[in-house]
Design a protein around this ligand. Structure first.
Ligand SMILES: [Zn+2]
Length: 74
């Protein structure tokens, strides 16, 4: 099953999305899109913090029933 991450989920105001056959491919696609379309530097796109953030967004989108519930981060 292909993985998919929309720009909204990444926090970008854009209708785009990235897809990949696995997490590595997806993150590569996300990095390329963020650099080309959102002006991130290669360094920013490859930072562990960004990658962790994107992986977290993928993980939450992979559980449709849980993203409907309100987050209680505070
Ligand atoms: Zn985008």
């Amino acid at each position: 099953m292909a993985l998919r991450l929309t720009c909204m989920q990444m926090g970008f105001p854009c209708d785009g999305e990235a897809t990949g056959a696995n997490m590595t491919e997806l993150i590569t696609a996300v990095q390329r899109h963020a650099i080309e379309q959102h002006g991130l530097t290669e360094q920013q796109a490859r930072s562990p913090e960004k990658i962790a953030e994107w992986k977290g967004a993928v993980a939450s989108s992979a559980r449709p029933q849980s993203i409907r519930t309100q987050r209680k981060d505070a």
